[in-house]
Design a protein. Sequence first.
Length: 152
Amino acid sequence: MTPQIPVHFKQNYQRLLKCLRLGGLQPKTIKVYSNGVRRAGAYFDYRIDKLTKLQLTDYFVHIVDTLSWSSLKHDLYGLKFYYAKVLDKPWPGSGPGQAAQVAHTAEYYYCGAGATDFYGHAGVELPGIFSSPSYSLGLRLGEGLSLSGRRY
């Protein structure tokens, strides 16, 4: 026996689909965002308009335990889109996946003291974060080291 979906949720879900299409998102993105909102709706008995940070945390832990981090990301972004575009409300929680991603990114790009000592012997002054700009520009280590802030 499937539970009755309230009319209010159905209306907001249809509005979500319209906003996703008008937002220019790809069909796959529309599918995963809408699946995430439906999954959250089923988890919270279709009352997702006034969720708290604690409820969201419990839900995201449930998603990671039962599905995957990828599903968590899709649900998170789908719910954020739902709150921003359909409900026109601020997002009630912080993203649980964001802290891990930021820590990983900072660890990957940060040049620690050993790297600074190595580059210092080459006569090059480096800021604490060097790898990010050179990596994003597609430069090799030697090319990145030869860069200067002056114009020629």
